[in-house]
Design a protein around this ligand. Structure first.
Ligand code: ADP
Ligand code: MG
Length: 339
């Protein structure tokens, strides 16, 4: 038997990073969520080679205080919660304090950030968890992260990435969902120097749907607004004619978070069952507001799944909301397309 020994910090960081950062789109997700948490009203995502060689995220949010920059890259460092009790009411997308440390463990990262109250900003370079440069510079308010050569020091991880086109596709899908989740933020996605998406940030979800899905879908929506004992929901469900062959068009957001819930998906799909052919799935963009006490978001490091209490009630209430809309869809005023 080999001797038992504690892993060194570099190894620990790389292992932990693997949990949060699986591929380029994970980097984009974490950094854009940070921008949203920082109160940004405009976020630009720029990628090259599917994000493998370069990801640049620019926001006009709060910026990071100079003295806090190094700290932000340590594991479990966060400005968003202070104790486990805060988790019950957490409203920010982040709270685990793992993203920046994970990204900087497996990539070359350059950060430029400035707060409104500071006159100068700071440029900070960190590679493989090792601080390389830190200098004061002139910079606009907000934060820019440049992430280069993802997994340059973890070749095994890098080997599992798909082609740049496929990775870019994951990033596009993600940015579309982030844009849908926050119609109040202007998102821009630039892939290999070409602008692929630019939303206005005018708070109108229908405009974002139009930008992403186009006219046919936008003109076939039924508006849904309901306040129930368990949750509030607003948004749009697609008329059965715009059903799709896969689940990728089921968009739902829970407390402004893009998250998977088999319970929500099943309830929506079951409500559509008698309106769709087999193997067809609904289109929807739904915004749920739940009391934080009904859910636990801290299930998984990427926070992509969540647990509910009151499963049965939530399933049935949502089913009823949607089913009723579908039954009466000819009687209700349908969504008009403003142009
Ligand atoms: P978490 O989001 O869970 O707090 P992160 O590792 O993602 O952890 O970020 C660490 C901290 O760095 C955040 O709590 C926040 O204070 C700061 N930070 C990260 N990105 C930004 C940004 N774009 N604008 C302002 N502050 C940021
Ligand atoms: Mg974060």
């Amino acid at each position: 038997m080999a001797e038992i020994a504690l892993l060194n910090q570099e190894t620990i960081d790389k292992i932990a990073a693997g949990e949060v950062i699986e591929r380029p789109s994970s980097v984009v997700k974490e950094l854009v969520e940070n921008s949203i948490d920082a109160g940004a009203t405009a976020v630009t995502v720029e990628i090259k080679e599917g994000g493998i060689s370069l990801i640049r995220i620019t926001d006009n949010g709060s910026g990071i205080e100079k003295e806090q920059v190094s700290l932000a890259f340590l594991r479990h460092s966060t400005s968003k919660i202070r104790s486990v009790e805060d988790l019950l009411s957490v409203s920010s997308l982040g709270f685990r304090g793992e993203a920046l440390s994970s990204i900087s463990a497996v990539a070359q990262v350059e950060l430029i950030t400035k707060t409104v109250s500071d006159i100068t900003g700071i440029r900070y370079v960190i590679e493989g968890s090792i601080e390389k440069e830190k200098e004061e510079i002139g910079a606009p308010d907000g934060t820019t992260f440049l992430v280069k050569n993802l997994f340059y020091n973890t070749p095994a991880r890098k080997k599992f990435l798909k082609t740049p086109q496929t990775e870019a596709g994951y990033i596009s899908a993600l940015v579309e969902r982030l844009a849908l989740s926050h119609p109040d933020i202007s998102f821009k996605l630039i892939v290999n120097n070409q602008t692929k998406l630019h939303t206005s940030g005018n708070s109108n979800p229908k405009d974002v749907i139009y930008q992403i899905y186009g006219r046919d879908i936008t003109s076939s929506l039924i508006e849904l607004n309901a306040k129930t004992d368990l949750f509030e929901v607003s948004g749009f469900i697609g008329k059965p004619v715009i059903s799709r062959g896969n689940r990728n068009f089921e968009n739902y957001f829970i407390n402004e978070r893009y998250i998977k819930s088999s319970l929500i998906a099943k309830s929506i799909e079951d409500a559509y069952k008698n309106f769709l052919m087999q193997h067809q799935y609904p289109f929807c963009v739904l915004y749920f507001t739940f009391d934080g006490k009904l859910l636990d978001v801290n299930v998984h490091p990427t926070k992509m799944e969540l647990r509910f209490s009151e499963n049965e009630g939530i399933y049935q209430t949502l089913y009823d909301c949607i089913h009723e809309k579908l039954l009466h869809r000819d009687h209700i005023k349908e969504v008009s397309l403003e142009e």
